[in-house]
Design a protein around this ligand. Structure first.
Ligand code: GTP
Length: 376
């Protein structure tokens, strides 16, 4: 088999996939897919330069070629790190290609050392990507695809490094039609396709998660939006047992219109954000908190004993006043209504009772929580 043809196939394949990605998803700045586009570019450039080195300026082109390939392995690690949301130090990413180039240019005449060093560097980088991808891969299918593609690549590149350093007399020339060269290029080609498919799936998953977030969260406060809160609250009420009936709490900021009118809408927005932060900070992860609309918030408190509720209520009033005072220079308080959900009560009925209690709190002078029987 003609190795230069196989090499050209890898180059063309990488370039075509890069073009296809650019045409279909464009350049997503700082995304995992952007890093993968650099990885494909590095592969194409690297193999192009290595083929060129067999024709002219061998030392210069081969050195640039191995730097491009090592840079492309760094981009693979970066792609995995971005998709997994696990940052890696940029020094550890970009020093290896630079150091490899600096050493390669000097040891170029000593083929076993130059080849061994190049393959060892790239194998280590790809093994790093493999480790990140396969570690706790669980059932995420794209991680398996990308991880296995990288694992095969790392293994064969390491085999080349060991062979070049330990048994240079049997190490095949770069363009020799040796089974090792052929197996490596075929596997590389397959892993480029698998990796691209895997990271495209990762990109799709990421977009899907962003859509789910957009559809279920309130953009200003980051709390659940009304629709999502209603869905989850309905489920929580359905699952509640008679012994641990949840408490439904409706909160409404006091004189909020005045804040908007006197200090401006952006300050009003800031108050809403701070309220969201206070609620997230003071409530347990198992409590359900959402923005019901405007300046009204709703909470389902699970397993809330009377004493615990009294303490929580005092903490919420105090925390909101303090946060607004500290961040905006004026205090904001709220009125609230609390009811204990009755066995079999519908969500709409519980909300209605909590709303009635809330209006009693407003009528009684604001800045307080009115509780139905059973809450305290
Ligand atoms: N800044 C900002 N204001 C909002 C938002 N949603 C609703 N509002 C404002 O919230 C205010 C609610 O006013 P009211 O319903 O009169 O309530 P209030 O002034 O808090 O009076 P009480 O509830 O009786 O204490 C209105 O001015 C709305 O424009 C929002 O997303 N951002």
């Amino acid at each position: 088999m003609d190795v230069v043809t196989l090499l050209s196939a890898v180059l063309v394949n990488a370039l075509l996939m890069l073009l296809a990605l650019l045409a279909n998803v464009g350049v997503r700045s700082r995304s995992g897919l952007q890093a993968w586009q650099f990885m494909l570019l590095g592969q194409a450039a690297g193999f192009g330069l290595l083929i060129g080195a067999t024709l002219a300026w061998p030392r210069a082109l081969a050195t640039l070629g191995v730097m491009a390939l090592s840079g492309s392995a760094a981009a693979m690690v970066l792609s995995a790190s971005r998709f997994l949301g696990r940052p890696v130090p940029s020094g550890a990413l970009w020093w290896p290609p630079l150091l490899l180039g600096a050493v390669h240019v000097f040891v170029f005449q000593n083929q076993p050392i130059a080849t061994g060093l190049t393959n060892l560097t790239i194998a280590t980088q790809v093994a790093w990507a493999t480790w990140m991808l396969l570690q706790g891969a669980g059932r995420v299918r794209w991680r398996w695809m990308c991880g296995l593609a990288a694992a095969g690549n790392a293994g064969l590149t390491l085999a080349r490094a060991i062979l070049a350093l330990g048994w240079p007399e049997v190490y095949p020339r770069f363009v020799a039609p040796h089974p090792l060269n052929i197996a490596h290029l075929m596997l590389l080609n397959a892993s480029l396709v698998l990796g691209t498919m895997g990271f495209l799936l990762a990109h799709r998953d990421e977009a899907e998660q962003a859509l789910v977030r957009l559809a279920s969260l309130d953009t200003l406060t980051g709390l659940l939006n009304r629709r999502e809160w209603m869905t989850r609250a309905g489920r929580a009420l359905g699952l509640a047992h008679a012994g641990d009936a949840p408490v439904m709490l409706m909160l409404d900021l006091d004189h909020f219109k005045r804040v908007n009118d006197e200090r401006g809408h952006p300050v009003g927005d800031e108050v809403l954000k701070l309220t969201g932060e206070v609620l997230k900070g003071e409530l347990r992860a198992s409590d359900l908190v959402g923005r019901y609309g405007g300046e009204e918030f709703c909470v389902v408190l699970r397993q809330c004993e009377p004493e615990a509720f009294t303490r929580l209520d005092a903490r919420l009033h105090q925390a909101l006043r303090r946060r607004c005072e500290a961040s905006l220079g004026f205090a904001v308080d709220f009125s609230a209504g609390a009811v204990r959900v009755k066995p079999g009560e519908t969500l709409a009925a519980a909300i209605q009772r909590a709303d009635d209690a809330l209006y009693r709190a407003k009528a009684a002078g604001r800045g307080r929580t009115a509780c139905d029987e059973g809450v305290l």
